[in-house]
Structures are given as structure tokens and as C-alpha cells.
Ligand binder design. Sequence first.
Ligand SMILES: *Cc1c(COP(=O)(O)O)cnc(C)c1O
Length: 373
Amino acid sequence: MDKIWVTRSSMPSYEEFIEKIRPLWETRRLTNMGTYHKELETQLKDYLGVPHLSLMVNGHMALEMAIQAMDFPEGSEVITTPFTFISTTHAIVRNRLTPVFCDINPNDYTIDADKIEGLITSNTVAVVPVHVYGNICDVEKIEEIAGRHGLKVIYDSCHAFGETYRGQGIGCYGNASVFSFHATKVFNTIEGGAVTFSDQALYKKLYNLKNFGIQGEELVVGVGANAKMNEFSAVMGLCNLPEVEKNIALRKEKAEVYLELFRGIQGLKLPDFHRRDVKQNYGYFPVLCPNRETRDHVYNNLRQQNIYSRKYFYPLTSQAACFGEKYAKLPLHIAKRISETVLVLPLYPELEYENIERVADIVIKTIDMRGIV
Ligand SMILES: *Cc1c(COP(=O)(O)O)cnc(C)c1O
């Protein structure tokens, strides 16, 4: 039987891509903020409805650069969620800042805004929340607290491409917002990412950070890295962007099939796609099982049938082997429970109805069986 992965990369037709990249064989301008880079930056700004946007080589570097651009003193504390892809935490640590992990709320798995204030010290400089699975954080409360304490807010919006909250692009919130265009995301440029922001001064700062601080042939104004997006990636983005809305609509259809098949099943917590004022992107279909054993059984039973679900996000980033026991005693009870019981099921625009049925069938049977035992 064919393997079913948790996601499947969106691609234009081969002919469309080849036609679009053909001019590169004339110009030989393959990178360094070329024509396609500029065009994609403009189109993305427009699509995301954000004032400013800086393209990056990937989402992780976009996070690192967005944090670095804030010029925080070394060793400062950053309040963040442990229920995320390890990249979020690494971006903080690699900036020589200290992550302070805050528990999440049990409804949408985003950072529990009510617990942020208790973690603020005189060393706190920022909050880095994550719109996990495209669930929008409590942006009002987070920004109210941040404002009162003079903290910056940098959102990891890697799961929230194309989403809006109260009619505004999600990238408009906070001091900066970061997107990933990795092959596995709702929108991809093979590898890629972007920072969005409203303070225009950040554009030049990020430009320097992603291009060695080079301002002119003989002028280097800052210590920068190399995090530029190349032209092949930009073309991939230009081909994929017009398809995003159609793909989100297809994802929505598939997600609704799952919801229908799982209706009334005891012991399975389903994602809530009907949050007020949010336009969703249906990037993920996370379910909560009754306990860890059942979750692992479901995962294994799916795997035996060539279906690759993912334990996103297990373990918590605070429990990553590289941190040893450093964060072992933190009261992250809800995050721990969610992380031990969550499973992300396959969801992508072309997922066939029969395969959704196959997945749902295995999930339901496993949960039923475990219930009896
Ligand atoms: C994908 C992702 C990243 C990293 O993006 P890359 O483009 O893979 O570097 C960071 N945070 C979250 C939440 C992600 O899902």
C-alpha cells in the first residue's frame, strides 16, 4: 500500500516552473536579491497584508534574525512556549538569550497569556509566542502585558501563513512576526521564510543581518550572516503563491471530512477550526488521545499501515536532550500532558477521501479497543 505522509509538498507543474526560471540561464543572476526575490517580496507583502517584509533563506534564520535585530543584552530572558518546533527555542538560545518557558492553555495549545506576567523579571526583554497549528495566540492580552512592561513581542507565525485575525494579516501583530516557507508548510519556496514588521527601520537592519552587513562594494556596516533567499526558491514561491487560497480551501474540505468521521467518538479531542475572528489555513489536524499509551498505539497502528502521523510536538522543547535536566522541574503540566497525548494526522490538499477514511478508521478502532481494555 502507498505510504501516506503527514503532509505533501505543494508544487507547480514542471512546465510552469521551467518556463518561469528559463530567464536565469540568460541573466545568470541566481541570488543576491534578484528580480524574483524582489517580486516575491512585493507579492507576499500584499498577500499577507503586512506593511513590511524581509525574505529569508528559511524560517529558522528568519527567527534568529528577527530576534537579533532587537539588540537585546546578552543573557536577557525571553518568555516563550515549550510546545513548538525546536527551532523557536534554538533561535532564542543561539542569540545568547535565556528561554523562560511558560505553560500553554489546554484549549488551543498556545502560550497561556495569564501565566506570562508571573514569569517577568528585571531581566525579561521579550515574549516569543507561537501560533501553534495556526491557532492564534491571545494577541490582545500578550501585547497589553508586553506594553505595560516594555517588552518586545516576536511571534513565531510559521504555522499561520495566510491567516487573518479580526480582518488583519496575522503578520501585523507584535514587533515582528516570522513565517516559514519550508517544503512541508502551507506555502513553500522549497526552503524559505520571512520576517514581517511595521517599523520600517527594521528593513535595513534585517537586510544587513542577512547579507553580511554589506552596504556597498567597499562598505561593511555590521556583522551579518548570510540568510538570503535565492532566485530558484523565489520562483517556486511565485508559482505556489497563486495556488495558496485554492489549497487552503481543499485542506478545509479534507479537515471537515475528518471532523465528520470522528463525530461522536469518545475520548478523542478534535481541533476547533471555528474560532471567532480568525481566518484559518487548515495547516494541521491535531487530535488529543485519552492518554499517552493510546496515543502511541494509534501512532504505531497507523505506521503499520504505512500511514505516517507525527507526534508534533513531543517531547517539549524544554525537554530536548541538549538541555539535559535544566528545565526538568518547571511546572509545565498542561504542555506535558498535551505533548504526551497529541498526534497530528495527515492533511494536505490532495489527500484522497479513501485515505482519510483509512486513517480515521484505524484511529477509531484503536481508541475503541483501548477503551475496552
Ligand atoms: C517550520 C517551523 C520553523 C522553522 O522553519 P524552517 O523554515 O524549517 O527553518 C520554526 N517554527 C515553527 C513553529 C515551525 O513550524
